[in-house]
Design a protein around this ligand. Structure first.
Ligand SMILES: *Cc1c(COP(=O)(O)O)cnc(C)c1O
Length: 354
């Protein structure tokens, strides 16, 4: 099945592998192009970076402190390192990116802070299990729990409501823990919930948010947003030491202006969510296909017969299948079209018959 999901003369690439397979959205591209006019000061001491920080403060309706880094692994691991000492521990979900996909960077940048993982349905933390992990030991031999890390939207494509975040942060605070949020897909959660960005972050008790740009439509770049400004003390040194201080910072910061000033970030996210919903609605009507977790953001997780997965791959479709042998993750982005979704649905139905 050949579909043209790319602009211009790009080769056909049938993929629902990740939202980071998408290109740069026009608004981010334009902002980068505008920032390319002439000279500007380096290392973030420029007008674009200042404006991008103001955009983030406006969007979150608070005087937060903002840092721009190259990617999500840096954002998460440096933020966690800022909240911990080496003998502390970070509690996160079993499937959390910081645990499974950062090659130990949080432990590395914090000089040994231990990640403790917690179970929970549909990618969300089970708060009883969180409390158990915090309280089961208080002796000097156990790495002292210091941070609760939540992913919004989650690694299984679900979304925490503001109340659920509030319950988690109240529990954390009761035990003296700080709260970090991995928001690689925060935009998708906000778009899905229809609440303000503030309500699903600092108003619900989050201290630090790692706000994703790449999967939302930028080339690269994530923002580390400290709502609790005290925790940002000397964070610029961490960024520099980790090789995360861009000398031509304006090209990381300016695209944020293009994303945030006119609501592109939420439009992109809402579009991706809508594509995923359309896909999920159709796939559940296919007898051999079962949803693994509810589709609440821009991902669809399904279980299919292994032969169906193999037939889809043989037909040239790209997707991840890291949840068991018959499991598949289909991820939508700002660039996914309805035609792409229809083509995949047709390909799945065809593959089911093989
Ligand atoms: C993609 C992703 C990140 C960031 O990954 P990088 O490749 O380091 O940019 C962080 N958290 C989650 C949940 C992600 O899906």
């Amino acid at each position: 099945m050949a579909i043209d999901n790319n602009q211009g003369s790009a080769p056909v690439f049938n993929q629902f592998a990740s939202d980071n397979y998408a290109g740069i959205c026009p608004e981010a591209w334009r902002a980068m192009d505008e920032a390319n006019a002439g000279f500007a000061s380096s290392y973030g001491d420029d007008a674009w970076t200042e404006r991008a920080c103001s955009c983030i403060r406006d969007v979150f309706e608070t005087d937060c402190q903002v840092f721009f880094v190259f990617n999500g692994t840096a954002a998460n691991s440096l933020a966690l390192a800022a909240l911990c000492r080496s003998y502390h521990s970070v509690l996160c979900h079993d499937l959390a990116h910081v645990e499974t996909d950062e090659c130990g960077a949080p432990e590395f940048f914090s000089n040994g802070t231990k990640i403790l993982h917690i179970p929970g349905l549909n990618g969300k933390l089970d708060l009883d299990a969180v409390e158990h992990a915090i309280t089961r030991r208080s002796d000097i031999h156990y790495p002292k729990p210091r941070v609760l890390s939540l992913t919004q939207s989650t690694e299984l494509g679900t979304v925490y409501t503001p109340d659920e975040i509030g319950a988690a942060t109240v529990l954390a605070r009761r035990h003296g823990l700080r709260v970090q949020m991995d928001g690689a897909r925060f935009a998708n959660a906000v778009a899905a919930l229809g609440v303000s960005p503030a309500e699903t972050s600092w108003k619900a008790g989050v201290d630090v948010l790692c706000l994703g740009g790449a999967k939302n439509g930028m080339a690269l770049g994530e923002a580390v947003v400290f709502f609790n400004r005290e925790l940002a003390d000397e964070f610029e040194y961490r960024c520099k030491q980790a090789g995360q201080l861009a000398s031509k910072m304006r090209f990381i910061s300016a695209p944020w202006i293009g994303m945030l000033e006119n609501g592109t970030w939420l439009r992109n996210a809402a579009h991706a969510n809508r594509m995923a919903q359309m896909l999920a609605d159709e796939l559940v009507q296919t007898p051999a296909v079962r949803l693994i977790s509810p589709c609440q953001a821009n991902a669809v997780f399904v279980e299919m017969p292994a032969a169906t997965v193999a037939a889809l791959r043989a037909a040239g479709w790209h997707f991840y299948s890291f949840i068991g042998t018959g499991g598949a993750r289909f991820m939508c982005s700002w660039q996914t079209t309805e035609e792409d979704v229809r083509a995949l649905i047709q390909a799945v139905r065809l593959a089911c018959r093989t």
